[in-house]
Write a protein that binds this ligand. Sequence first.
Ligand SMILES: Cc1cc2nc3c(=O)[nH]c(=O)nc-3n(C[C@H](O)[C@H](O)[C@H](O)COP(=O)(O)O)c2cc1C
Length: 197
Amino acid sequence: MFKKIFCFVLLSFVARGVLAEDIHLPEPNKTGKVTLMQALEDRHSDREFVERDVDELTLATLLWAAYGVNREDGKRTIQTAMDKKDLAVYVFNKDGIWLYDADNNLLKQISDQNQLSLFQKQDYMQAVPVVLVYTGSTADYAAMHAGSAYQNVELFAAANGMASIVRGFFDQEKVAEALKLPEGQRVIISQAIGWKQ
Ligand SMILES: Cc1cc2nc3c(=O)[nH]c(=O)nc-3n(C[C@H](O)[C@H](O)[C@H](O)COP(=O)(O)O)c2cc1C
């Protein structure tokens, strides 16, 4: 009987293409003592990281800074042309690849494989625990929206003692393949985030 139930559950997961589990993120922590002016003063690109994971609360908060919902009507922490929510934010970490679902404060699993090596073209990337990848439509304003989102993350990093750097030096085609991006969508830019030396 147990075997039958196990097989049924397994088959239904495979049939739906479900890999493992989506992650319900904790509520972002919106408190903080650092002023915007201090964060602007401290913002810089980091090229030295220590090997340390990013916990779920920190991840939830930095994703919220990037592209989270900050109003009841579903609008975001960044402004978007014609209110088009045409940006997508993916998280690469040692457990796989995830798509940030801001409306539900959820990470949807895309892969259960560690694919951080796709970004390791520069030595300092070896110790980076999280890479964000911004994708969007090939036309319109998606790249500008990515710029707003990565700037929010850099300011968050500056205000929270984290290390971060925006990166265009990686194989965008391979990353697009890993993400199984639909037609008309492209990889715009990536951003490494973790902890300072
Ligand atoms: C769109 C973009 C792409 C970048 N790509 C890389 C990269 O691939 N590798 C890297 O080490 N730095 C990269 N950088 C970081 C810049 O080199 C860095 O912002 C610049 O040197 C200024 O330093 P600062 O950010 O500390 O002010 C990138 C920055 C931007 C905005």
